[in-house]
Design a protein around this ligand. Structure first.
Ligand code: SF4
Length: 979
């Protein structure tokens, strides 16, 4: 029976399988939030289908227990009756839970409670927590309690409960009171919150409705301080920037320890014994056995960090590389206070692992390194500019030019500044879905793009500047390859020791960091759209024109208006020249000096297209230079620097001058051996760039900055030496010292990896006839499906081309649901998909470049890696094509073959991450067996590859050999399926 007044509950499910309808529900928990009650109800439901080991492990419910429980049909009435006593239910919406809620829990209820998704609310109001699933909350909760989750359902409910209260606290207790000096003004937060809640009832569905009800009836929950929640003031009074500043200043964290200590001139080198003892103490603290390879590796890192020179160490999977070098760095810093070590990684994953996983474990309380101060340094483009946020506020709210949705997007960015110190890297997909304007505002307030220090309104509070202050005060600085090459001299002067991890990717990142880029999309977004306006939004030039008529003398006003007209024409020229390049028949990336097919006078001709591009770029460059010059002239005419509107013109002048400068640099010096000029088209945008081919000069600079430099990675050697790595860096002589620590896993003897190639699949060829290609694709897809189905998911499929990946996705999409296997595909950084794959055992992840290295899926969730096509470098890739020209006959042995060997080894390395991991490695590309010039690829793998010459042989092997070895044979029997 529903209560008269609102009543709240938190609900959580453990569901089996993936998302299909064949799966069974296992466990439901409901925690009532009525005042004075904390009633927990739990039900076990007998699953209608098999449930995986991970669910069994998480829920701590054995299969026997589950089987003796009632089915959903038997339990439905009781569960639904209990749920009907609540008006509102909060839950953490995950995909399978959502389906269960819709199809089972709420289905058929006469008046179901309003359901609110805590994930959406959390993403908006607590973005720093980056919570994507209830597992994150449980982990936080159990970590806080320092004990394992012995009763998963109550722990999950408690975690959800805590989350709800955190949200309410943010909503209620962070509201600044009305300032005494401006009585009667409404507070910014209350006003916008009210808009959030009002909007919720119209657009945002149940989550916002529930939040509103919860906020209005907060006294039914727990005793929180309620005096903040006064009735909403009138909403038509404009909110002044004063409130925003107050809000921001009350929220921004302060840097407490910014003392920069100068390094000592001499250095005390930790002895091998000290490294040994420190690692021992660490093993003991964390209950780990001694790892011989890690000890040796750490001692080598110690030498590399304290001796002069450039060192190289490959540490195979399982060595314990990250802690190995961190321990050497920590001991160096302990003996040499004031020194700093910088660690650069290629991927964000590893950066997170270092900052959030390994360094906290190293700094355990009472340990030798408890006082180490780490800091992360990211690019300026990862930060929001407060000054720009104030401008946006002025435009959207004070001048009432924004929609409510834009206002909410703006609010979500402000909350992000507060909660994450201004970082904007990952906007969660649920926020993207409900507030798409967030993206646009994000680019309009991106510190990298909009920072003009002399116009800054909040220099003392700049989030990027504060972030850099933390780096000056830190002992260990973690950054990425790209940023390593752009650290300010003020910081690099303090650092002498550098570790470059994931070093095999360093040459490519270095090249990209050193390249110059010009993108039409960026010019459109940063210059043309703000100046000219779009849709209902007036352009900045029109605003200046309006203002100049009222504030300047008639003669000056006329001159300014003439210049504005002329700028409009220049902007048209920029767009027209841009469209000419956009119309060129180019796919993806292409070097300028290549030929393209063009239609001229109705017939196809082939010709070098650099002339067309260069002409269009020249026109574009001249027009941008004109825009900069004319804005400069307007500023000289107006002479009103204190006027805010006019002074913002300065920003656009600087932008235009910057664009012109970079375009001029890119178009100069062409063609040249030492530069690679690239034109890239994607969708409605194109960009041109110029990247260096040779890296010797940059390497010399790096070695001068960091006298002790260590390159390390799990895969640096190819063919037993570092020649390929050296070739990429343009280094002819060996490094000071090169060491290789092989993986301690014995793949073959311990039968960890079973590698096979279905040799019956036709060989792939670049220029295949259509029917041959169809036959290849059909057999490849059928074989792929069989391998995935046999292992019940648990598979990572690695692709070298997006087209192949999309084809496979389409093929599998309609077929996998029949087997209850979830299909995931890499999109961008794919943080959500990576987590989902880790969490959901019966899933398959299709991935491109990024998935070949730098991602970790320990345990049974990854029991099979499938390489769809051999990772040979694409000859169309501009860098590869340039290399081919420059290196001539040496290209193949110096770069092409080693690159494929290296990448295949990286893909292989995904499979076994921990001692107990095992699985199959399938190369679907039969060329590795049939084509003589591809045979070398096999040499780089630590196992033999067994070929199968008929589909039935592969099926037999999967079912009769592989599944028993992976202890999955009985699961296959229970599933009752066949190929
Ligand atoms: S210094 Fe630059 S990035 Fe920082 S707030 Fe000011 S304008 Fe923005």
């Amino acid at each position: 029976m529903k209560a008269d007044s609102p009543s709240f509950a938190i609900l959580h499910l453990f569901a089996t399988g993936s998302y299909g309808l064949r799966q069974g529900l296992l466990q439901i928990g409901v925690l009532s939030l009525q005042k004075g009650q904390s009633v927990l109800k739990e039900w076990f439901i007998n699953p209608e289908a098999e449930f995986g080991r991970s669910v069994q492990k998480q829920s701590k419910i054995s299969k026997e227990q589950a089987k003796s429980a009632p089915t959903w049909q038997e339990q439905k009435a009781e569960v639904q009756e209990y749920l009907s006593s609540f008006t509102h239910v909060f839950f953490f919406q995950e995909r399978h839970e959502h389906i269960w809620f819709k199809n089972y829990i709420l289905a058929g209820m006469p008046s179901p409670p309003v359901c609110a998704d805590l994930a959406v609310l959390s993403s908006f109001f607590l973005p720093h927590l980056n919570l994507m699933e209830v597992g994150d909350l449980v982990a936080l909760s159990t970590a806080a309690q320092k004990k394992p989750a012995s009763q998963p359902m109550p722990v999950a409910l408690t975690a959800l409960h805590t989350q709800l209260f955190k949200l309410l606290e943010v909503l209620l207790q962070k509201i600044p009171s009305t300032p005494e000096d401006e009585p009667g003004e409404p507070t910014l937060f209350l006003q916008l919150l009210q808009q959030v809640l009002n909007l919720g009832t119209v657009y945002m569905g149940t989550a916002w409705r529930a939040l509103q009800a919860a906020a209005e009836n907060i006294e039914t929950l727990e005793p929180l301080d309620l005096h903040w929640l006064t009735p909403s003031p009138a909403t038509d009074v404009p909110v002044l920037p004063y409130h925003l500043r107050k809000l921001l200043s009350s929220w921004l964290p302060t840097v407490t320890d910014a003392t920069v200590v100068k390094p000592r001139v001499d250095i005390a080198q930790p002895s091998d014994q000290l490294i040994h003892d420190a690692l021992h103490a660490w093993y003991k603290k964390h209950g780990l056995p001694e790892r011989y390879a890690q000890m040796e590796y750490s001692k080598f890192c110690n030498k590399a960090l304290t001796d002069k020179g450039t060192f190289v160490a490959e540490a195979g999977t399982g060595t314990g590389k990250t802690m190995g070098y961190l321990m050497a760095a920590a001991e160096l810093l302990r003996l040499n206070p004031g020194r700093k070590v910088v660690i650069a990684t290629a991927t964000k994953n590893l950066q997170e692992q270092v900052m959030q996983g390994e360094i906290p474990r190293l700094r355990f309380k009472g340990g030798l390194h408890a006082h180490l101060r780490p800091a992360i340094v990211k690019g300026k483009n990862n930060y929001l500019c407060l000054s720009a946020l104030l401008d946006l506020y002025d435009e959207l709210v004070v001048q009432e030019k924004g929609t409510i949705r834009e206002g909410l997007s703006w609010l979500s960015l402000v909350l992000r500044v507060y909660q994450t110190q201004g970082e904007v890297e990952e906007i969660p997909h649920n926020i993207r879905a409900i507030l798409p304007d967030t993206y646009r505002l994000l680019s309009e307030a991106n510190a990298q793009e909009v920072c003009v220090p002399k116009l800054c309104q909040e220099p003392a509070k700049c989030t990027y500047a504060r972030h850099m202050e933390q780096a000056y005060a830190a002992d260990i600085i973690v950054t990425n390859h790209h940023k390593l090459l752009q650290l300010p001299p003020k910081l690099t002067d303090l650092i002498k020791h550098c570790i470059i991890d994931e070093a095999d990717q360093f040459p490519d990142f270095a090249r990209s960091a050193l390249s110059m880029n010009f993108s039409l999309g960026v010019v459109e977004a940063r210059l043309l759209r703000p100046l000219l306006g779009k849709n209902y939004r007036k352009g900045f030039l029109d605003r200046v024109a309006e203002r100049v008529v009222h504030h300047a003398e008639t003669e000056t006003a006329q001159l300014v208006l003439d210049e504005i007209d002329s700028i409009h024409r220049d902007c048209d020229t920029i767009r027209t020249s841009g469209e000419l390049i956009q119309a060129l028949p180019i796919q993806g990336e292409q070097r300028w000096q290549e030929e393209v097919a063009l239609v001229e006078n109705g017939r196809w001709i082939k010709r070098e297209f650099s002339a067309d591009i260069e002409q269009a770029l020249q026109e574009l460059l001249t027009a941008i230079q004109f825009v900069a010059g004319k804005i400069e002239r307007i500023l000289r005419l107006l002479k009103m620097p204190e006027d805010k509107t006019f002074s913002r013109l300065e920003t656009y002048k600087e932008k235009a001058a910057e664009f012109a400068d970079s375009l001029q640099k890119i178009t100069s010096d062409f063609p040249a051996r030492k530069w690679i000029h690239v034109l890239e088209k994607s969708g409605q945008n194109w960009s041109v760039s110029k990247m260096p081919y040779y890296l010797q000069d940059e390497m010399e600079k790096l070695q001068n900055i960091y006298p002790s430099l260590l390159f390390t990675s799990a895969t640096l050697y190819v063919g037993g030496n570092t020649q390929y790595f050296r070739n990429q860096l343009g280094r002819s002589e060996p490094f000071e010292q090169e060491v290789r620590y092989l993986s301690p896993f014995n793949y073959e003897q311990q039968e960890k990896v079973h590698a096979v190639v279905p040799a019956f699949i036709p060989c792939y060829e670049h220029k295949m006839a259509q029917d041959q290609k169809q036959a290849w694709l059909q057999t490849s897809m059928e074989t792929l499906l069989k391998c995935i189905v046999a292992l019940n998911g648990r598979t990572l499929v690695l692709f070298t081309s997006r087209r192949d990946m999309d084809d496979a996705y389409r093929w599998l999409y309609s077929r996998l649901p029949a087997y209850d296997i979830e299909l995931l595909k890499q999109e961008g950084t794919s943080l959500w998909e990576i987590r989902r794959f880790r969490q959901e055992e019966h899933s398959v992840l299709l991935g491109l470049d990024r998935m070949w290295s730098g991602v970790d899926f320990p345990g049974v969730t990854l029991s099979q890696v499938i390489v769809f096509r051999l990772p040979n470098p694409s000859l169309g890739n501009p860098l590869v094509a340039h290399r081919r020209e420059v290196e001539g006959g040496y290209f193949w042995s110096k770069f092409y073959y080693p690159a494929s060997q290296h990448k295949l080894r990286q893909g292989f390395g995904r499979l076994v991450r921990r001692e107990k991991d095992k699985g199959s490695f399938v190369i679907l590309d039969s060329r590795v067996h049939h084509t003589a010039r591809m045979q070398h690829l096999k040499d780089e793998l630590p196992v033999d590859i067994t070929p199968f010459h008929a589909g039935e042989d592969l099926e037999n092997w999967l079912l009769k050999t592989l599944l028993p070895k992976l202890e999955l044979a009985s699961e296959w029997e229970r599933r009752g399926i066949s190929f």
